[in-house]
Design a protein around this ligand. Sequence first.
Ligand code: NAD
Ligand code: UFG
Length: 337
Amino acid sequence: MSDGQSILLTGGSGYVGSHTYVALVQAGFKPYILDNFSNSKKNVVERLERITGLPVPWHEGDTRDVSLLQEIIVKNDIAAVMHFAGFKSVSESVANPLKYFDNNLAGMIGLFKAMENSACRTLVFSSSATVYGDPIEIPITEKSPKNFLNPYGYTKIVCEEMLASLSVSNTQWRNGVLRYFNPVGAHPSGLIGEDPSGPPNNLMPYLAQVAVGKLPILNIYGNDYPTPDGTGVRDYIHVQDLAEAHVAALKTLFKTGSGFTVNIGTGRGYSVMDVVYEFEIACGKSIPYQFVERRSGDIAVCYADATLAKNLLNWNAKLSLTDMCIDSWRWQSNDFS
Ligand code: NAD
Ligand code: UFG
């Protein structure tokens, strides 16, 4: 159990932040949401109130607004921050890198300043397996070299480097860096889930929108990869497991006082076809699909060595691909978005 510390969630009404909000409440923490709603809707706050049965403290604002963040941290006696806020579309980052540098880098610097000024130096950061670029080893360990394939990946590497420099400058900084693999699924209530604006870039939301009839057909990007069925292999992780990983990370930071960088995945890879078959079972329909050219910048295989998270955080993923598909389908077919 926690001592009821207050935790600030930047980007807390987004996909991962909202699920983590619920997990934090259940673990006895007092989360507080700061979001500029650039990629989420305000109705998420009401949904979180329905799920938790409690009022949700939240504020509309931007992580680049240093004085606002500082005020929130001080007023609410914030003990730690979970930094979810940022943009995450690979293709958009290629088309508009400055948008990504401004939001993801300047946004993080704004947060750092506010935290430093208010002597709140415990942070959990949403990093990504994208920092490994085209990985040189599978499964990927945290020691694998970092490399970026696009401006989005570059921002995650720079954020990680900034965190490392801060810890050198002041040992009071306790930073937990979580490198997520492929988060999918939704809360079992069906009230919150991934809610992309416009056509989804990622497999699971695209598949779900085909299943519900919003999109006509799934394009599978390549069937000639060096994988068992020729389609890309990824480490899909249920967002509920990911939310629990944040709680475990926070508890570890409070308990040990030391920072860490860990992979957050299941340690298992599934192909695009594996996901399609499992989703067909979950939704009870066949999914129309066609094989098309490989997507530029895609890699063949990406899955985690998840041992360090188990050893360090005492956390491991529990939910299966079946759970991920059932929960994604429940969320999509509710059509709350
Ligand atoms: P999301 O877009 O659903 O949530 C991000 C939230 O941050 C949104 O609610 C958005 O409105 C808000 N936001 C963006 N910029 C902001 C700013 N400057 N100030 C305040 N709020 C701002 O994304 P998500 O899937 O929940 O991802 C959360 C974090 O995890 C991101 O940093 C993302 O890069 C990282 N990540 C996500 C994935 C994934 O596949 N979902 C994988 C690896 C890493
Ligand atoms: N795919 C399709 N059709 C689609 C969408 C995806 O065939 O419509 C395939 C991709 O080619 C890939 C697999 O499904 O083989 C997974 O693709 P996603 O777009 O869902 O996920 P990625 O692994 O490509 O990328 C995600 C995030 C990135 C992050 C990366 C590593 O979108 O931001 O995981 O964490 F960098």
